[in-house]
Design a protein around this ligand. Structure first.
Ligand SMILES: Nc1ncnc2c1ncn2[C@@H]1O[C@H](COP(=O)(O)OP(=O)(O)OP(=O)(O)O)[C@@H](O)[C@H]1O
Length: 272
């Protein structure tokens, strides 16, 4: 379904992404890990055409999306929705309108000028918010929500586009562990229930191990690991992160301490 072939992105003399190739069959949940500057964001940005590649091709169902221009490139962008670390919502706008903005580029100028949405679109937005457990937040301003709720609104906005692929650039890097878990669980559900491919840049190993079917490790623009979470040993992780013997995995962990997991906290409250 997805075939990345010899993709490179140069910034001046430096290759941010250096001749990477891999293929993904079917709607997998793929994590890309690596330290800061490894090229993870640049790769995702090339995939959805926010950044041009210097060379190479990305074939989706046989079509090179890097070669698309104009309206075709924009159509591709709506098929591979992107989620960002900082949510990128319009803070003072209500949640439902933020979600509807996922299909902004499908409306006429007149509809945009008068802020007109069809009843079907509004119902779809509310249905998606309901599915993600935040329907009651629909009339509130986005800025009034917690970080985890805001990221779920961003996921709802992405789903409004009905994308084949969801690209998530450090989706939980700004969240506390509990909200991070809710957001990752949401992405996983969308992957499993809808059969949408998810490619997520992740900064913690335990998240990659827990949620991904496949993990790609990048270092200095190159792929240095491509395998299953089981194959991602501490030694392999040390290679990816370029750390020495003192590399400590727990330092990159976002695991929720046992006494703070939602279910157990709830159970504890019931017993008290
Ligand atoms: N617009 C740009 N101009 C010049 N250099 C850039 C630009 N964007 C990225 N780079 C460089 O490309 C390399 C890869 O950056 P990239 O942001 O893709 O890494 P990353 O793995 O996503 O790291 P982080 O997690 O910190 O975002 C870095 O050396 C970065 O400085």
């Amino acid at each position: 379904m997805l075939e990345v072939k010899n993709v490179t992105r140069m910034f001046g003399q430096k290759a941010a992404v250096d001749n990477i190739s891999f293929a993904i069959d079917g709607p997998a949940f793929v994590g890309i890990i690596g330290r800061s500057g490894a090229g993870k964001s640049t790769f995702l940005r090339m995939m959805n055409r926010l950044t041009d590649a210097s060379s190479g091709s990305i074939l989706v169902e046989g079509r090179d999306v890097l070669a698309l221009k104009g309206a075709e490139a924009r159509a591709w962008q709506s098929q591979c929705a992107m989620i960002f670390q900082q949510f990128n919502l319009v803070p003072r706008m209500d949640v439902a309108s933020n979600v509807l903005h996922g299909i902004l580029n499908r409306r006429s100028t007149l509809q945009t000028m008068f802020n007109l949405w069809s009843e079907a679109d509004i119902l779809k937005a509310l249905e998606i918010l309901g599915r993600l457990g935040i329907a009651e937040q629909a009339p509130k301003r986005a800025e009034a929500l917690s970080g985890g709720q805001q990221q779920r609104v961003a996921i709802a906005r992405a789903l409004m586009q009905d994308p084949k692929i969801i690209l998530a650039d450090e989706p939980i890097a700004s969240l506390d562990p509990m909200n991070a878990q809710v957001v990752m669980d949401t992405l996983k559900r969308i992957n499993v229930e809808d059969g949408r491919m998810v490619i997520a840049n992740l900064h913690t190993l335990d998240t990659a191990r827990r949620y991904c079917d496949r993990v790609i490790g990048m270092r200095d623009g190159r792929i240095v690991f491509d395998g299953t979470p089981d194959q991602l040993s501490t030694g392999v992780a040390r290679d990816i992160y370029g750390a020495d013997e003192s590399f400590n995995e727990s330092a990159t962990s976002t695991a929720i301490p046992a006494d703070r997991r939602p279910d157990e906290a709830y159970a504890g409250a019931m017993l008290a």
